[in-house]
Design a protein. Structure first.
Length: 256
């Protein structure tokens, strides 16, 4: 097995053009696909119809916070219903009822109506999360001591990013795909070359047997796959700002 492993590594490194092709083609393809499909980290903002019957400070605070993460559009109730139900251009419409700000600032429960389209489940969940964020902001507004005096600092204990970009979601996936294909097809091509060279029958009758020969060939391709994965991840880090995590050891262990 070791002899087959070392022989295949020598054959791989001997063909420098194939080795260069092995490394560069995934880089070029990943760069083109990632740039074409995911050139914006923020993506298109979610459009949310707003029916503002309140016109008070709490509703204004809600809309201000919402505009940081989505695209709120104020409109009459009928237009909002039509946009969600008939045109399917939004997952939900938020209705701020009359007198909501006065009740909220007095500590009384305030009801916000959410007119939804359950068929758009993913976007609808985003709207619900935004509502929770808006409620937290309005709670600070209701407390005079908290207004303009509290600064929230968020710290991620599991990484160095508060949010995950589209590149961090897709570049590793493309990298794994290319490495998997490269390992499988190069192993198959290695066996094909052994047959063309007339050395396959000798390997089959060797004392180690076919299983250990195959493990040796897979081992050589595994080493090349790890190298290719490291190159692709480092390329993604410097070109697309993909996070490699806070632990170098964990990064290498996961790569291998």
């Amino acid at each position: 097995m070791v002899a087959v492993f070392l022989k295949d590594l020598r054959l791989i490194f001997r063909d420098r053009w194939a080795l260069l092709f092995f490394i560069l083609v995934p880089i070029v393809v990943i760069s083109i696909i990632a740039s074409a499909l995911f050139d914006s980290d923020e993506g298109q903002k979610l459009t949310i119809p707003i029916v503002n019957d309140d016109q008070g400070p709490v509703a204004s605070s809600f809309i201000k916070l919402l505009s940081k993460h989505a695209d709120p559009v104020e409109m009459p109730r009928e237009a909002a219903i039509r946009m969600v139900r008939d045109q399917n251009r939004a997952p939900a419409a938020i209705v701020f009822p009359e007198g909501m700000s006065k009740a909220y600032l007095q500590g009384r429960p305030s009801e916000i109506t959410l007119l939804t389209d359950p068929a758009q489940a993913v976007d609808l969940n985003q709207v619900k999360v935004l509502l929770l964020l808006m409620d937290k902001d309005a709670a600070a507004l209701a407390d005079p001591l908290a207004e303009d005096r509290i600064v929230m600092k968020e710290q991620n204990l599991t990484g160095n990013r508060i949010s995950v970009t589209s590149f961090e979601q897709n570049v590793p996936g493309f990298s794994i795909m290319f490495v998997l294909l490269a390992v499988i097809f190069s192993t198959a091509m290695g066996l094909h070359d052994e047959r063309d060279w007339g050395t396959l029958p000798r390997l089959l009758v060797a004392p180690a047997g076919f299983t250990w020969m195959l493990i040796g060939k897979l081992g050589a391709r595994f080493v090349m796959g790890v190298v290719q994965m490291l190159v692709l991840f480092i390329w993604g880090h410097f070109v697309f700002n993909v996070s490699l995590g806070s632990s170098v050891l964990a990064f290498f262990l996961l790569t291998c």
